[in-house]
Write a protein that binds this ligand. Structure first.
Ligand code: ZN
Ligand code: ZN
Length: 262
């Protein structure tokens, strides 16, 4: 049995057009479910109703902590058929966390080789931290090739709790992915993929899958927020940027100038 999880690696808000709560409600619900950190990986602009450039660009107006929970502001980028992501160039250095996923609207399932190749390109992208819901049976993937590529590129693999009931048939794939991550010493992050506040911080199926795979606790990023923060910091992610902090400096200068003119 693992320690309690304190991190949710994957949540959405009603911004994306198919989820139902605000970020404040999601953070509050996370807190109630024992979360200390949640990754707000909103859907990238490629999805129908996906958020705009300015939505992601302006996330710095939100403080790092909401309702007592550290909220990482990021994107679940879409892997596109050309192997690229819909992560705009000018946003790459502004996201605290970036995940990447295959979604039907932006990458209709292709052959095993093509799906695998697409995931590999995402894993080779320096801005990506983890790839999500790989267990989806609609996308046949050569898991071992992908997990080895994750190891090579210092990436994390997501085990998606929502997959167990949204992407039916994911269970055995998720267990297999966990076993391969264990074999190749690749860390995992569990995400709820919550589109509703009541789901934040609840991971019963993903935890069970990890237990079945006898997955080592030290490779699970969810047991301590610092594990994920250290990983992101080492990659140079812009952690904790907050616009109001920038204003403080402006006023300091202003005050000094006033004194100088007095
Ligand atoms: Zn997704
Ligand atoms: Zn998602």
């Amino acid at each position: 049995m693992y320690k309690d999880f304190k991190v949710d690696g994957h949540i959405h808000t009603f911004e994306c057009g198919h989820a139902y709560n605000t970020i404040t409600e999601m953070a509050k619900a996370g807190k109630e479910n024992g979360m200390e950190l949640i990754c707000w990986t909103e859907h990238g602009p490629g999805l129908p109703n996906g958020s705009t450039f300015s939505f992601f660009n302006n996330m710095r107006v939100i403080p790092p902590e909401i309702e007592g929970v550290r909220v990482l502001k990021g994107m679940e980028a879409n892997i596109l058929p050309n192997g690229k992501l819909d992560l705009y160039k000018n946003l790459r250095n502004k996201m605290e966390v970036v995940s990447a996923s295959l979604h039907n609207a932006t990458f209709p399932p292709q052959s095993k080789e093509e799906n695998t190749e697409a995931v590999i390109s995402a894993l080779q992208n320096p801005y990506v931290d983890y790839v999500c819901h790989l267990g989806n049976p609609r996308y046949p993937i050569d898991y071992e090739t992908v997990i080895k590529e994750a190891k090579k590129n210092n990436k994390i693999i997501e085990i998606n709790n929502g997959s167990f009931y949204i992407r039916k048939g994911s269970k055995d794939n998720c267990i297999n992915i966990a076993e391969l991550c264990k074999k190749h010493d690749v860390p995992v992050i569990v995400g709820t993929d919550a589109h509703w506040s009541g789901a934040v911080g609840r991971f019963p199926y993903a935890r069970k899958a990890l237990e079945i795979a006898e997955f080592p606790e030290e490779l699970i990023m969810n047991t301590d927020p610092q594990k994920l923060l250290n990983y992101l910091e080492a990659k140079g992610k812009p952690l904790g940027q907050y616009r109001e902090d920038e204003a403080v400096d402006i006023f300091d200068d202003f005050d000094n100038e006033e004194e100088a003119n007095a």
